[in-house]
Design a protein around this ligand. Structure first.
Ligand SMILES: NC(=O)c1ccc[n+]([C@@H]2O[C@H](COP(=O)([O-])OP(=O)(O)OC[C@H]3O[C@@H](n4cnc5c(N)ncnc54)[C@H](O)[C@@H]3O)[C@@H](O)[C@H]2O)c1
Length: 333
C-alpha cells in the first residue's frame, strides 16, 4: 500500500462513490480527488461528514470537460470512473442522450486523458446490466453482453471502449461489473430505497410485473472493499480483465418487498402489483469466482444484515430522502 497514492473518484456525490470515498478515507492512507457534476443524482450531503477531510479534494465539474479532466488526471495515480447517468427507467422515459454523453463520451474523455498522462491503473465501474437476462446461472465474465435498456447499452459501450484502450494502447484498464448495490445514501428512485421509504411513509410498495424478477444484491460497503482490493492487486494480474462484483445469491423483487415490510413491521397488504416496464432484466446472479481468485475478494455482508443497516440509515435520515422524493424528476413508482 503506497502512502502517496492519489485516487481520482468520479461521481463522488453519488451513492456508490460517496460510500467508496468514505471507505478509502477510513481504511487507506490514500489521497482522494473527486469530480462530480452534481446532477439531480449528485448530492453533496452524501459527503457532508468527510468534505473537510484533509485527504479529500472535491471539484464541482463534468467528466465531459476535456480540459478539466486532463488537469485532474495529471495529478493522480489511479482513476475510478463511476460517474454516470445511472437510472434504467430514466433512460427509457426521458431518452438516452445524457446517458450516451456522460457514460460513453465521458469515459472516452477520461481514457484519452490517460493516453497523454499515464496512470498506474484505470478502473471503469461498468455494470452487471450489460449482460441482460441470465442465460446461465451464475453469470460469469464470459457471459454474452445483451444490454436491454438504453442505460445498459451505454454502460456496455463504455465497458468495451475501455477494453479497446487496453488492447490498442496497452493502457492498464480494469473493468468492474458490480451487481445491484444497495445501502445508505441510495437515491429513492432505486428499488430498495424506494420500498424502504414507501414503507416508512405507510405508502403502497409498487412492484412491476409479478415480482419474480431477481437480482444479486450487493451491500455497498462490500463493493467498496472490492474496488479497494482491485486498486491494491498487482496491476499485471488485473489489467485488461473484467471482474464481476457479486454475492452469487439472487433474491426476487417480490421477496425484497416482503423483507422490507417485515423489517419495518408493516403489513404485506402494502404490496401492489403494476404492469411490467420495458427493458427489464428477468434474472441476475453473478459468478464470484474470478474476483476471489484474482484479488482475493468476496462479499461478507448477508442480505439480512445489509438490509437492517440500510433500513436503520433511512429511518435516521428522513430529511435526506424526503427532500429527494419531493423533487419533480424522481421516478418514485
Ligand atoms: N447502483 C447500482 O446498483 C450499480 C450497479 C452496477 C453499476 N453501477 C454503476 O456504478 C456507478 C455509480 O452508480 P450510483 O448508483 O452510485 O449512481 P448515482 O446516480 O447515485 O451517482 C452518479 C453520480 O455521477 C454524477 N454525474 C453524473 N453525470 C456526471 C458527469 N457528466 N460528470 C461528473 N459527474 C457526473 C452524479 O452527479 C452522481 O453524483 C455508475 O457508473 C453506475 O452505472 C451502479
Amino acid at each position: 500500500m503506497s502512502l502517496t497514492r492519489r485516487v481520482l473518484v468520479t461521481g463522488g456525490a453519488g451513492f456508490i462513490s460517496s460510500n467508496f470515498i468514505r471507505h478509502l478515507l477510513w481504511a487507506t492512507p490514500y489521497e482522494v480527488v473527486s469530480i462530480d457534476a452534481l446532477t439531480y443524482a449528485g448530492n453533496l450531503e452524501n459527503l457532508a461528514d468527510v468534505i473537510s477531510h484533509e485527504r479529500l479534494s472535491f471539484v464541482h465539474g463534468d467528466i465531459r470537460d476535456p480540459d478539466l479532466v486532463r488537469s485532474l488526471v495529471a495529478e493522480v495515480d489511479v482513476i475510478v470512473n463511476a460517474a454516470a447517468e445511472s437510472h434504467v427507467e430514466k433512460s427509457i422515459a426521458e431518452g438516452a442522450s445524457e446517458f450516451v454523453t456522460t457514460n460513453v463520451e465521458g469515459t472516452q474523455i477520461l481514457l484519452d486523458a490517460i493516453r497523454d498522462t499515464p496512470v498506474e491503473r484505470f478502473i471503469l465501474i461498468s455494470s452487471s446490466e450489460v449482460y441482460g437476462t441470465a442465460l446461465a446461472a451464475p453469470m460469469d465474465e464470459e457471459h454474452a453482453l445483451n444490454p436491454r435498456s438504453p442505460y445498459a447499452a451505454t454502460k456496455a459501450g463504455a465497458d468495451r471502449l475501455a477494453y479497446s484502450y487496453f488492447v490498442t494502447y496497452g493502457l492498464p484498464i480494469v473493468i468492474v461489473r458490480p451487481f445491484n448495490n444497495y445501502g445508505p445514501r441510495q437515491h429513492p428512485e432505486k428499488v430498495i430505497p424506494r420500498f424502504v421509504t414507501q414503507a416508512l411513509s405507510g405508502e403502497q410498495l409498487t412492484i412491476h410485473g409479478d415480482g419474480h424478477a431477481s437480482r444479486d444484491w450487493l451491500y455497498v460497503d462490500d463493493d467498496a472493499e472490492a474496488i479497494e482490493a482491485i486498486i491494491e492487486a498487482d496491476v499485471d494480474d488485473v489489467a485488461g480483465e473484467v471482474l464481476n462484483v457479486a454475492t452469487g445469491i439472487d433474491i426476487s423483487v417480490g421477496e425484497i418487498a416482503d423483507r422490507v415490510l417485515e423489517t419495518l413491521g408493516k403489513p404485506a397488504s402494502l404490496k401492489v402489483h403494476v404492469p411490467e416496464r420495458p427493458g427489464q432484466v428477468d434474472r441476475h446472479i453473478g459468478s464470484t469466482e474470478k474476483a476471489r481468485r484474482l484479488v482475493g475478494w468476496s462479499a461478507h455482508t448477508s442480505f439480512d444484515e445489509g438490509l437492517a443497516r440500510t433500513v436503520a440509515w433511512y429511518r435516521e435520515n428522513e430529511t435526506w430522502w424526503r427532500a429527494l422524493r419531493a423533487e419533480p424528476n424522481v421516478f418514485s413508482s
